[in-house]
Each structure stands twice: as C-alpha cells, then as structure tokens.
Design a protein around this ligand. Structure first.
Ligand SMILES: [Fe+2]
Length: 105
C-alpha cells in the first residue's frame, strides 16, 4: 500500500508530465494555426487544476477517485478532443504548411 507521501509524489509526477505533454501539444497546435487552440488550452488547464485539488486534499483515500477521474479524462481527451487537432495538423503537414521536425529542435 502506498503512503500519503508516495501518493503525493505520484500526483506531482502526473501533473509535471501532463504539463510537459500539454505544452508540446499546444506548440504544435499553435504552429499549425489550429483555431481551437484556446479552447483546448482551457481543457488542459482544467485537468491541471483538478490534479491540484487532489493534491491539496493530500489523502491517499482519494486515489481511486483520482484514478477514475484521470482515466476517464485522458481517454475522452485523447480519443475526442486531441483527435480534432490531430486531423487538422495532419492536413497542414500534407499541405506543407507546418514542419513538425523543426518545431522541437
Ligand atoms: Fe490535448
């Protein structure tokens, strides 16, 4: 069984990775001129804020609620919300309007 410290450490790692990943996504969306960027950024921020709420409670007892929340959010976000910008970016790449390779150099 995890200690509260372990739980909080996992929450911190989850948030840090989410921020790292969201920034990359937002960079791609911005470079591709995706019109839904600001709305997408709000959804990312809401996820970060919800993870902060779990962190503030500092209760390992909430681990199952965290798991349920994060799993549902991530699955829905990846399959639906991210898919929208992904289709747009692929189209921009095919039209040579964005060079993904040079974005992360
Ligand atoms: Fe996203």
């Amino acid at each position: 069984m995890l200690s509260n410290d372990d739980y909080l450490s996992i929450l911190k790692e989850l948030k840090d990775y989410a921020i790292y990943h969201f920034k990359d996504e937002e960079k791609i969306m911005s470079a591709a001129g995706y019109k839904g960027l600001e709305e997408h950024k709000k959804l990312h921020k809401q996820f970060e804020m919800q993870i902060d709420k779990f962190s503030q409670k500092q209760k390992y007892d909430d681990a199952f609620d965290l798991y349920d929340y994060a799993a549902e959010w991530l699955i829905n976000h990846i399959l639906n919300t991210d898919q929208k910008y992904s289709d747009w970016v692929k189209e921009q790449i095919s039209l040579n309007k964005i060079d993904i390779q040079n974005l992360f150099d």
